[in-house]
Design a protein around this ligand. Sequence first.
Ligand code: FES
Ligand code: FES
Length: 164
Amino acid sequence: MPTFATTVNGIAVTAEVDPRLLLVDFLRERLGLTGTHVGCDTSQCGACTVHLDGRAVKACAVLAVQAAGREVLTIEGIGSAEALHPMQAAFREHHGLQCGFCTPGMIMAGLDTVRRHGTELDAETVRAELEGNLCRCTGYHNIVAAVIDGAAAMGSAAFAPAAG
Ligand code: FES
Ligand code: FES
């Protein structure tokens, strides 16, 4: 089996993996990063969304070895229970979740939306950007409100984004 090296949430990782291993399974089963969820087997739900070199990808559609030499960021890497990321705080504030299964993917997709569209977002943009993320519970209204407000908070002087 090939050995590959990657960086996950700022930590260097070297592992021997089956070349067919999916990135999502590597994160969950080998690294114990179970905040990245698996909600389908058809690359449709977005529950597995992580960032690869700063861009959102569906980790069920990427091989672990494709992360070689690259930076992976998961929901565990953006904030903590003690210090929520502004996007996480906005989801809590707006009740942007019910069961929470889709939430990590929604947040990672929301952050990629900010990367590409900036911190002043409108509902139309957010709804279009979250097309690849499915929620079975909320009806999306509160999720959209959370992403808009989370983005605005990221744009405020109070939030200094972490390096990477
Ligand atoms: S588990 Fe990846 S898109 Fe559903
Ligand atoms: S909150 Fe349950 S799937 Fe979205």
